[in-house]
Structure formats: C-alpha cells, structure tokens
Write a protein that binds this ligand. Structure first.
Ligand code: SAH
Length: 353
C-alpha cells in the first residue's frame, strides 16, 4: 500500500511487466514522478527536499528584478505574461512578482502545474493566477516572461547503454523487493549521436526528450511573441556520459529502484544540449551561468546586507541562506541559470564572461 492508500505503484509496475514485458526507464521515471507529485507537497523541511525559493525570498526577488529589467529595456509592453513551469508552492512567483511590481511590471500570471496537491497550495500563494496543464494554452499574444526552477530535472530521462551487440534502451524489471535495469532487445544505435557511438561497453547515454521539447516550445513562444526565459536547475554545461538518475526522500538520497512514486526522482539537466535547441528556433541564448555567480552579479550580497540591517535579529539566518544559494560547495556551482531572450530583446543581467 502506498502512503496515500490504494495500490502501490510498485505493485502496478509488477503486474504490468508480468503481462506485457519490461518497461523503459523513461516510462518508470515518468510514472513514478507523476504519482509522487500528484499526491503531496514535497517541499520544505518537513517534506523531502528544499529548493532555492524556499531557502530565501532573495532568490525570487532577484529573478523578479531580472525580468523587470528585461521588460523595461524592451520597451515596457503593456500586455505581458509571467509564465512559471512547475511552481511548487508558488513562493518564487510570489517573491518575483512582488519585486517586479515595484518597477511597474504587473503581468498576467500563468502557472503550468501537473499536481493538484500543489495547485491547491499555489491558489493561496499566488492569487489571480491562471493554471495550465502545459504550455499550449498560454496566451498567444504579448511577450512571455518564463521561469522554471527545478522543473526540467523532474522530467523523465531516457537511457541507452552500450552492450556487446550495440546500443540498447535501458529497461526496468522487478528483482526481489526492488527493480533493476536490463538492456532491451531492440538496436538503438541511431538514437546515439555518431560522435558517441564508439564508447566502451557499459557506457550509458542519457537524454531528456521532455526537457528538449519544453525548451523548443518556450523558444518558439519567445520568437513569436517576444520575451525572455530563465531555466534554473542542477546540471552540467558540458556534455557527459553516465546515469545521473537519483532519488531523494526526507532529505536523503535513496535507491531510485525501490518504492517508485514515494521519492522524488531527478536527473541532471544537460544544459549543453538545450542551448542549441533554443538557438535553432532563432532565439538568443544569453548564457548559462553558475547560480552563485549569477546571483552575485545581480547583487544578492547587497540585498542580504540591506535585509540584515532592517532586521538585525535575522542577520545570521539571512547570511546563512545567501551562502547556501551561492556557496561553491552548496548550490552555487552545481546549479546553473540558463537565460534566453527573443531576438529583438535586450542584454540580460548576470551573464558575464
Ligand atoms: N519550482 C518549485 C518546485 C520544484 S519541484 C521550486 O523551486 O520550489 C517540481 C515542480 O514541477 C512541482 O511543482 C511539480 O509538481 C512540477 N512538475 C513535475 N513534473 C511536471 C510535469 N510533467 N508537468 C507540470 N508540472 C510538473
């Protein structure tokens, strides 16, 4: 039985695999996360993991200022939309929109959220928002200001493995109390870029079709309607091999192949693969910067000092939160910020050198 009652996803997978054969890892991860997010609010110290907007209001505020700066420099179009993908508790949207409002930016608010449990939380945090299942129903006129923090990492990855017989899809089967990966029967060589095909046996090639499709679609909107986008996530900006799939529950890393649907499954975002996808649609890739450097460029240190001066009793906590967001051994280096803008939109703060 799962925590929410009803049949566990592990039991459903076992039955499915027994009747129709192994399922792909992508299917496994997609269903596990759909179940996981639908049934709970996983964020915060009482949940499974903590994200940047939940660490400090400074994170969302600086994003709001970045968006306002872009919008002002682009000519302050009146019809403009804030679009957030996977808004969690709505904390980032609330902080960003409050900061943006001080500069005259008051966009219509569109939240793309699959989880009904989290929608209920967002309803209270972000009054006046409209909800969407995906990007297709976002208004088609007026610039879009798109934000996605720790959204792409939750989308299911596909993994291909090099076997003595060539590349195969990684499939999932039960093994005692847990699940394991095995190589599928179909040849998958054409799905691996030619430059990587000669890799040694056992090499895993991971890709995220959902992340690619999301960036493709957002870039299309930027090109057509104007606007800018920030994708923030943990990941790499140089291509790499190997599985980055991991599971987190109650702030601890756990086995992704035990109790699917009961832990948050994520994979590193391959930013190196995403920038060219955006560029292929004629959109400007402003850069992919480490989160720590980007937040420092936007003035997080001055903001922390100002907040600490206004509330000295919170000074220690404010500085600790800032260090968590920008510290090299914390979120500062592993997390990246990728900025995109419509071709005729201006610069973009924070993306130096
Ligand atoms: N951005 C928030 C939450 C990150 S958790 C923060 O930084 O705190 C991931 C978010 O993406 C959750 O809101 C989850 O419900 C949502 N999500 C995951 N997969 C999704 C999908 N396929 N479609 C829409 N939302 C999804």
């Amino acid at each position: 039985m799962s925590a929410a009652g009803g049949e566990s996803l592990a039991a459903i997978f076992r039955r499915l695999i027994a009747s129709t054969g192994p399922i792909s890892l992508m299917h496994y991860m997609g269903e596990a996360n759909a179940r996981y997010y639908a049934s709970r609010d996983p964020l915060g110290s009482a949940g499974d993991f903590v994200t940047a907007p939940e660490i400090s209001q400074m994170f969302g505020e600086l994003i709001g200022l970045w968006l306002a700066d872009m919008w002002i420099n682009a000519g302050r179009e009146e019809t403009v939309h804030y679009v957030e993908l996977g808004p969690g508790r709505g904390t980032l949207a609330r902080d960003a929109l409050r900061a943006a409002k001080r500069y005259g930016l008051e966009p219509s608010i569109h939240l793309v959220e699959a989880s009904t449990a989290l929608r209920d939380v967002q309803l209270a945090t972000v009054p006046g928002a409209q909800w969407h299942h995906d990007l297709s129903t976002i208004p088609a006129y007026g610039p879009v200001l798109v934000v996605a923090n720790e959204f792409l990492d939750a989308l299911p990855v596909r993994q291909l493995v090099k076997t003595p017989d060539g590349w195969r899809e990684r499939m999932v089967v039960p093994d005692g109390d847990r699940f394991v990966c095995v190589a599928g029967p179909q040849p998958m060589d054409p799905a691996v870029p030619e430059s990587r095909r000669d890799a040694p046996e056992g090499t895993i090639y991971e890709l995220c079709p959902g992340a690619a499709a999301t960036v493709y679609e957002v870039a299309g909107r930027l090109k057509e309607q104007g606007g800018a986008a920030l994708f923030i996530d943990y990941g790499h900006d140089v291509p790499g091999d190997g599985s980055t799939l991991q599971a987190v529950r109650a702030h601890l890393k756990v086995d992704p192949f035990v109790n699917p649907g009961e832990a948050d499954l994520t994979a590193h975002v391959d930013f190196a693969a995403l920038a060219p996808i955006a560029q292929s649609r004629g959109v400007r890739w402003i850069g992919t910067a480490p989160q720590g450097r980007w937040l420092r460029e936007l003035g997080i240190e001055a903001r922390a000092a100002a907040l600490a001066q206004a509330a000295p009793e919170h000074a220690a906590a404010l500085h600790a939160a800032k260090d968590r967001l920008i510290g090299e051994g914390q979120m500062g280096l592993l997390f990246k910020v990728m900025g995109l803008a419509a071709p005729n939109w201006p610069g973009g703060a924070g993306f130096v050198g």
